[in-house]
Design a protein around this ligand. Structure first.
Ligand code: V47
Ligand code: SF4
Length: 374
């Protein structure tokens, strides 16, 4: 047992915290009540020690990243989520709609470069259906058969599948045939109806989000999960969210990674809420790591949270910091994130990981090792 864990068990803490620590250290699942107790009562140091135990038990000293870029085909969206700084209506100033040709040019710009993943998400465009997006995927695959395509939030998927009059299973199967390899975690926000109905009432329901991911897993399409935290939700709502994900993961095992997304407050209709502290970010990573015992990976999306918090998070349960990005996403810069042109070279990512004494591992999207940087 490490000195840190010994100190934790000897510390002057409540019987409840001692009991939770014992469970986590003996690899037992904690309950929702215990998760809530951690959020409400545990100090950062306590949470970090336990979360770090869980992550080192799974991954030792490794920190994963990948070489990726994003394509955001459009920011035109039929919905108006209150937290979204990026959405525009057709022809509104600041709206963009890339043509298929422009999208393919973005892929061609990586000719000869060792990127392994393209992440495609955008607004829910009223005129674009499954075949439009399927053709896009097929043409990208033709250009770069080696590139993993992680595309479309459940919210985009629901709309395009229904517009093309397929069942969810048929639509997902069709998209897989076109070239879809996996699904990103967006659109989850907060599942609890009290919060969802307030911040994003119009878009895919909680049950629809979960059903799309479950159907995808059953069709052999892995996915990620997210939680948008730090706005009007309470700790109860966060635990409810994590519990729904844990239950689905128990059924399918199809989630690769969980990504807490910090609410960024610039240029949207909830600006007055401001943002939670870095300490809260780290506490949230740690509770997520401890609670989601059936998720292999916990990711800090450095574009959303900033490079320094992403680096710190590596001591609070996080084992993955996403990828190089190459200045290809606008969702967070428009919402006030530090990096207005988010890009990290592989060297910078590796250095960021090595600075905290960890081993950088370049991975592909489904966590096969591409290269270890000793
Ligand atoms: O669903 C929108 C979030 C998500 C804001 O799967 C905001 O690997 C904070 O899901 N402040 C899309 N967040 C991004 C996403 C994602 C990102 C990186 C990796 C992966 C993955 C998925 O962005 C949306 C929403 O939750 N978002 N506005 C905002 N103001
Ligand atoms: Fe549309 Fe997504 Fe923005 Fe909501 S978060 S308004 S669904 S682009």
């Amino acid at each position: 047992m490490s000195a840190q864990i010994q100190a934790l068990l000897n510390a002057d803490i409540t019987a409840e915290l001692k009991n939770i620590a014992h469970k986590v250290l003996t690899l037992q699942r904690i309950t929702q009540e215990e998760g809530l107790y951690l959020y409400e009562n545990a100090e950062l140091g306590f949470l970090g020690t336990l979360a770090n135990f869980v992550r080192e038990n799974r991954h030792g000293n490794k920190v994963f990243f990948n070489r990726n870029f994003h394509i955001e085909p459009t920011n035109v969206c039929i919905y108006s989520c209150k937290f979204c700084s990026y959405v525009r209506k057709i022809n509104q100033p600041g709206a963009w709609e890339y043509s298929l040709e422009e999208i393919l040019d973005k892929v061609k710009a990586y000719d000869g470069q060792a990127v392994t993943e393209v992440h495609i998400v955008g607004g829910v465009h009223p005129k674009r259906d499954l075949h439009y997006y399927g053709t896009m995927l097929a043409q990208i695959k033709k250009l770069r058969p080696d590139l993993h395509i992680k595309a479309f939030t459940a919210v985009e998927l629901e709309f395009m599948i229904k517009k093309s009059k397929y069942t969810l299973a048929e639509g997902l199967r069709k998209l897989k045939e076109y070239g879809l390899d996996s699904i990103p975690g967006g659109g989850a926000e907060i599942f609890h109806p009290d919060i969802r109905s307030n911040i994003c009432d119009e878009k895919s329901s909680t049950n629809m989000w979960l059903e799309i991911h479950e159907t995808a897993h059953n069709e052999g399409i892995p996915s990620n999960a997210t939680m948008l935290y730090g706005h009007i939700e309470t700790y109860e709502h966060r635990i409810d969210h994590l519990e729904r994900l844990r239950q689905l993961q128990d059924r399918t095992g199809g989630f690769n990674t969980f990504i807490p997304l910090k609410y960024r407050s610039a240029n949207n209709t909830m600006t007055e809420l401001g943002e939670v502290s870095a300490i809260e970010d780290l506490r949230n990573y740690a509770v997520s790591r401890i609670f989601l015992d059936n998720f292999a990976h916990l990711k800090a999306y450095w574009v959303g949270v900033g490079k320094q918090i992403a680096q710190l998070s590596l001591a609070y349960g996080v084992d993955d910091i996403d990828g190089t990005i190459d200045d290809s996403t606008k969702i967070y810069s428009m919402a006030g994130a530090e990096d207005t042109n988010p890009h990290m070279s592989t060297e910078t990512l590796v250095q960021l990981i090595k600075q905290v004494g960890r081993v950088a591992v370049e991975r592909d999207t489904v966590y096969n090792t591409v290269k270890i940087y000793e």
